[in-house]
Design a protein around this ligand. Structure first.
Ligand code: SAH
Length: 192
């Protein structure tokens, strides 16, 4: 069985995250990725998590509390486009995870937007440690999703291949426009 998109994202991130690392969940949603990251960084690590919906913070906190992980996570009720301002210059971020689209079970009108997603991604690229990775799960099937996927593709194509590896992973023979995954790895300290 081949890896599903979310599993592939977790595996690629798990490969580089070590105990004590600083990592970011750029879209808390219902907190699955936050929990995964909090487990990986251990008691000495730190997870910074962003969401614009209060509900997402509530759900994520509940999930973290249930697993005794809340102490290693900072939940930020703000857009991920403020990510750069939350990380100081001397901090290196090992991994950043994005899971785009809308929060399942909530208002489908609150979706991630190309402009802010790209702003966050650029900031994530800047604060990422060499050898660090970024995962982005994209949902081209919902309204606005295809435009966001196209904007991301266009941006990723501009990244210098000496500074970043950028790959795409996903099923090509599933019905109903399935989600797919972008993975980035930083190769050099400076990019653009
Ligand atoms: N589509 C996924 C879940 C995505 S959740 C699935 O089906 O499993 C995406 C989250 O991004 C939502 O909780 C939403 O509130 C959040 N979001 C939207 N705009 C954002 C922004 N600018 N910064 C941070 N989070 C944002």
């Amino acid at each position: 069985m081949l890896l599903a998109v979310l599993t592939a994202a977790h595996q690629a991130i798990a490969d580089v995250v070590r105990a004590g690392d600083l990592v970011i969940d750029a879209t808390l949603g219902n907190g699955h990725d936050t929990r995964f990251l909090a487990e990986r960084v251990g008691a000495t690590g730190r997870v910074l998590g962003f969401d614009v919906q209060a509900d997402a913070l509530v759900q994520t906190r509940r999930r973290l509390e249930a697993h005794g992980l809340v102490d290693r996570v900072t939940l930020v009720h703000a857009g991920h486009e403020t990510l750069g301002a939350q990380v100081s210059a001397d901090q290196e971020v090992r991994a950043v995870m994005f899971n785009l689209g809308y929060l399942p079970g909530a208002d489908k009108a609150t979706i991630t937007q190309p402009e802010t997603t790209l702003a966050a991604l650029e900031q994530a690229c800047a604060v990422l440690a060499v050898g660090g990775r970024i995962s982005i799960v994209v949902y081209p099937g919902h309204e606005g999703g295809a435009a966001e996927a196209a904007a991301l593709t266009a941006f990723l194509q501009t990244l210098d291949q000496r500074s970043f590896q950028a790959v795409r992973y996903g099923f090509v023979n599933q019905k109903n426009t399935p989600p797919y995954l972008f993975l980035l790895e930083k190769l050099k300290p400076r990019y653009s």
